[in-house]
Structures are given as structure tokens and as C-alpha cells.
Ligand binder design. Structure first.
Ligand code: AMP
Length: 222
């Protein structure tokens, strides 16, 4: 049986980066609701048209749309024995629905999810990380204007593509996303704890390898 994990935390804390590593290490799929939504925007699918306004302004997509996406993805064969969920659940109602989807006796879920890793970092650090982030338009590689600049300004080291700022990484939108996280998403941690979900708090300050070491230890030395 593979591991069933949730990576949780504020925007910019590094969930995506750590989720990609964990999923490779554990050989389970990485399921990112943000990635699924962005792919639908790029390919102009009907879903993309419905969610574009929300995603580009950093607002949460309505629960019913997200739940349909996650239900379909978790029903796929590769997710049967394990997964790393990244960016979901983001509201208490999404957490309740996840418990139902996974067949747990809601709201207790410790028998169906192995760990909820909560990555934590101060808001000011997250705003700086996100507003300086640049993404390659072609291969999606991620850079930072000061902490991880490309060799040639504006150009991807890996594929030569053009580096852009995600619309939702503009500073004002980043601040909105952090506020929205505190109001709507952070309360999900209380819900997890109250209902005995297996929460592991991890300090997300440090370089990617250091944080991955902590995440791995939190998942396996439980
Ligand atoms: P992320 O890459 O996880 O930061 O997600 C990017 C954007 O996708 C968010 O700002 C939301 O607009 C949307 N989104 C992703 N996951 C969810 C979710 N679980 N619930 C609602 N909206 C979501």
C-alpha cells in the first residue's frame, strides 16, 4: 500500500515543490488542484472558462467545482493506493467531503489518510517569495528574482523559454491570497486536530533539501 498524504499550508510555502519530491520518492501521484486548474486555463477547456476569473485573481474556486475535479482524479487507477494531495482541502467543507470520498467514517479519517503535513512560515516571507517568483512559460520551471535568478534575465536555464510572473503572484493578489488563507483555510487545521487527523507540523524555512528532510522525517518517523 502506498502512502496517502495531504500537504497543507499557505500560498508560497513550497507545497508544490515538496509534493513533487514526495510523490517521486514514494511513487504515488502528485495531485495538485492548482495545477489541474491552470492546465484547464491553458487548454481553454469548458472548466478553464468557468474558473479563469477565480484563479487569475487568487480567489478560491467554488467548492462544488473543486470537489468534482478531486472526485474524478481520486477515482483514477493510479490514485487507488496512494497520493500526495497538494492545495486540497482548502475549506472545512472540502475536508468533510474528502473524508466522505475516501470512505472514512466522517469526520474521523486517521484510518484513510496517513499524514497531513502542515508546512509553516511567516506571512512576510511568503509574500516576498511569491511576488519575486517567475515561471517559465514553456516548461513551468520556477525561479526567484533574488534567491534563484536565471543565468540570463527573463530566460529559462532549462529550455530557453520566456519567464513570466503568474497573474496571481502580483503583490496585491499575493496579499489577498494570504488573508484568504488565514480566514478560510487555516481553520481547517483546527478541524483536522479536533477530528484526530494525523497532523504533522513542519517548519518550512530553509532550503528545499532541508525542508524535504523534515517532511520525510515527519511522514515516516511517526
Ligand atoms: P495553488 O497553485 O494551489 O496556489 O492554486 C492556485 C489557485 O487555484 C488558487 O488561488 C485558487 O484560485 C485555485 N484553487 C486551487 N485549489 C483550490 C481549492 N482546493 N479550492 C478552491 N480553489 C482552489
Amino acid at each position: 500500500m502506498g502512502e496517502k498524504l495531504i500537504l497543507f499550508g499557505p500560498p508560497g510555502v513550497g507545497k508544490g515543490t515538496q509534493a513533487i519530491r514526495l510523490s517521486a520518492a514514494l511513487r504515488v501521484p502528485h495531485i495538485s488542484t492548482g495545477d489541474i486548474l491552470r492546465a484547464s486555463l491553458q487548454s481553454h477547456t469548458p472548466l478553464g472558462n468557468v474558473v479563469r476569473g477565480y484563479v487569475e485573481s487568487g480567489k478560491l474556486v467554488p467548492d462544488e467545482t473543486i470537489l468534482e475535479i478531486v472526485r474524478d482524479r481520486l477515482a483514477m487507477r493510479d490514485a487507488r493506493d496512494g497520493f500526495v494531495l497538494d492545495g486540497f482541502p482548502r475549506t472545512v467543507s472540502q475536508a468533510e467531503s474528502l473524508a466522505e470520498m475516501l470512505g472514512g467514517i466522517p469526520p474521523r479519517i486517521d484510518s484513510v489518510v496517513d499524514s497531513v503535513v502542515v508546512l509553516d512560515a511567516p506571512t512576510d516571507e511568503l509574500v516576498a517569495r511569491l511576488s519575486g517568483r517567475r515561471i517559465c512559460e514553456s516548461c513551468q520551471a520556477s525561479y526567484h528574482v533574488t534567491s534563484r535568478p536565471p543565468k540570463r534575465a527573463g530566460t529559462c536555464d532549462r529550455c530557453g523559454g520566456v519567464l513570466i510572473q503568474r497573474t496571481d503572484d502580483a503583490e496585491e493578489t499575493v496579499r489577498f491570497r494570504q488573508q484568504d488563507y488565514l480566514q478560510k483555510t487555516q481553520p481547517v487545521i483546527d478541524y483536522f486536530v479536533k477530528n484526530a487527523w494525523p497532523v504533522r507540523m513542519v517548519d518550512a524555512i530553509g532550503d528545499i533539501d532541508q525542508v524535504f528532510g523534515r517532511v520525510y522525517a515527519a511522514v515516516f518517523w511517526r
